[in-house]
Design a protein around this ligand. Structure first.
Ligand code: ADP
Ligand code: MG
Length: 246
């Protein structure tokens, strides 16, 4: 049996008038690249937020690392090894790359003053771990989308992390940038870290993932090894319709 890192059991989340997640059973194994597929509004981001402790389930259970987490908070999710790269990257645009990377570490150290050399060194190490080259002195707001994403990933990897969740990470990337991101996703997996890759693009999920879970209207409608899917079958699951072949 593979080692389950995340397990949702009958997880349900309602918003006023909307059943965003309807009794979802979901398992993400340690170290795997797992794709969560579904059209806009199918519940993908809501599922991420349950795992990240941003939302609390209205029913059912969220388990991380084999433990039920009935009162999961963002802090507890991070302590359990969950990091999320949101679509806006949650960086500080007016701070430098090195400052964005070093901030969490420095906050924990609780010092009165910090030498700039220490900030740079923390930033340098974070980028080196990913094998990427970005100017540590650049303001994050001046970077390209792909570069900001890399800074966010580098920052996530500074934590003691077992799972990185990427919410629609390729939306604003060029084809070449997607290839570069996929290489990094594979490097992350080689470090023993699982990746939950959220997407509605068929080709990408077939290329990068080992297992796929498909959502439609807040329900899980398919799951299995990626080899068992193709573009037609994923489209059918996502939309509930057969593709027009004409
Ligand atoms: P996806 O990420 O797959 O596009 P979401 O999880 O964002 O889907 O949304 C699922 C459903 O829940 C949608 O109908 C959406 O409008 C609704 N929803 C999501 N977040 C909220 C919220 N904070 N308040 C009200 N409705 C929400
Ligand atoms: Mg979403």
């Amino acid at each position: 049996m593979p080692d389950a890192f995340i397990e949702l059991r009958q997880a349900t989340k309602r918003f006023a008038g909307v059943l965003a997640l309807d009794k979802i059973d979901f398992t993400l194994n340690a170290g795997e690249i797992h794709c969560l597929a579904g059209e806009n509004g199918s519940g993908k981001s809501t599922l991420i937020k349950l795992i990240a402790g941003v939302y609390r389930a209205d029913g059912g259970e969220v388990r991380i690392g084999g433990r039920a987490r009935p009162h999961l908070t963002p802090k507890e999710a991070i302590a359990a090894g969950v990091q999320v790269i949101y679509q806006d990257f949650s960086l500080f645009p007016n701070l430098k790359v090195a400052e964005n990377l070093a901030l969490n570490t420095l906050l924990h150290e609780n010092r009165k003053t910090v030498a700039w050399s220490r900030v740079r060194e923390l930033g340098r190490q974070a980028l080196a771990r990913l094998g990427i080259d970005i100017d540590l002195d650049a303001e994050v707001g001046s970077l390209s989308t792909a570069q900001r994403q890399l800074v966010a990933i580098a920052r996530a990897l500074m934590a003691d992390v077992r799972l990185i969740i990427m919410d629609e990470p390729t939306t604003a990337l060029t084809g070449r940038e997607v290839d570069a991101l996929f290489k990094i996703v594979r490097d992350i997996q080689a470090k023993g870290i699982a990746v939950l890759f959220v997407s509605h693009k068929m080709r990408e999920m077939l290329e990068i993932s080992e297992r796929i879970t498909v959502f439609r209207n807040g329900r899980k409608v398919a799951e299995g090894p990626t080899a068992e899917f193709d573009e037609a079958s994923i489209t059918r699951h996502m939309t509930g319709r057969d593709i027009d072949q004409s």
